[in-house]
Design a binder for this molecule. Structure first.
Ligand SMILES: *[C@@H]1O[C@H](CO)[C@@H](O)[C@H](O)[C@H]1NC(C)=O
Ligand SMILES: *[C@@H]1O[C@H](CO)[C@@H](O)[C@H](O)[C@H]1NC(C)=O
Length: 246
């Protein structure tokens, strides 16, 4: 009896401030659609991908996308329907999940901070594989190009890491036409240049750091990429906490 009257009251009274309610609904809905998109991309990648990328990563990135998308789908679904119907149980599940996500991120960020050497090693192994297979897979190539352009860096430790790749290897008897080169994504942009000179990195591995600095960004991506990942992990965590508090 008591329970029933409680439920009735829950339906007639509005527990939740309407502004917070619409805010919650709007953002949950946004991320709900986003989660569907992530799952879609993951499934597409899983069906389409060649095997080289899967071998390069410890875990198939398509599977990570699908798992993250599905988890996000259920969390945002709780937020969406909970806000719409003022279902307290769903809203509690929603905020509990967000706090959980925040705590997991916090733990990862703290671990990443204390084990930053190990984190760097793990990413380093991945980037090394991506450099070795740069010419074997278009997605890896795009990814490495993106990282190098975005962070204005070249290789993992420095630009000479491109010798890990068969085509760019700087050994004297390498028959490749790209011997001692680095991909053009390492190159500094020339002001006013409209057509990208894809050969701007040719021969730079044979040059000293200071000479190479004129055509490319010779610094490795290690420090910059890890710093970026840590700062963004914190940001996503803060976002989750901000949504969970109301
Ligand atoms: C590039 O990094 C490697 C490994 O850390 C180091 O041995 C090498 O001397 C560096 N090369 C230059 C030109 O800085
Ligand atoms: C470049 O190729 C040579 C010969 O195949 C190999 O011995 C060397 O280890 C390669 N360089 C790097 C940095 O992997």
């Amino acid at each position: 009896m008591d329970r029933e009257s409680n439920l009735n009251r829950a339906e007639t009274f509005s527990f939740v401030n309407p502004w917070i309610r619409y805010f919650l609904f709007f953002f949950s809905f946004l991320f709900w659609v986003f989660s569907l998109l992530i799952v879609g991309i993951g499934v597409y990648a899983k069906v389409q991908k060649a095997t080289t990328v899967r071998d390069t990563f410890l875990v198939d990135p398509a599977v990570i996308l699908i798992v993250v998308g599905v988890v996000m789908f259920f969390i945002t679904f709780c937020g969406c329907i909970g806000a719409l119907r003022e279902n307290i149980r769903l809203l509690k599940t929603f905020s509990f999940s967000l706090v959980l996500v925040f705590l997991i991120q916090l733990v990862i960020a703290i671990l990443g901070f204390f084990y930053s050497d190990q984190t760097q090693d793990a990413f380093g192994k991945f980037v090394k594989k991506a450099i070795v297979h740069y010419r074997d897979d278009l997605d890896l190539q795009n990814l490495m190009d993106y990282i190098q352009k975005e962070f204005k860096c070249c290789g993992w430790n420095n630009y000479t890491d491109w010798s890990w790749n068969l085509y760019f290897n700087c050994t004297h008897d390498n028959p490749s036409s790209e011997r001692c080169a680095v991909p053009y994504s390492c190159c500094t942009a020339v002001p006013g240049e409209t057509v990208i000179n894809t050969m701007c990195g040719f021969g730079v591995q044979a040059q000293t750091y200071l000479d190479a600095d004129k055509a490319i960004y010779p610094v490795g991506c290690a420090d910059r990429a890890v710093m970026w990942i840590e700062s963004h992990l914190l940001m996503v965590g803060a976002l989750a906490l901000g949504l969970a508090l109301p």
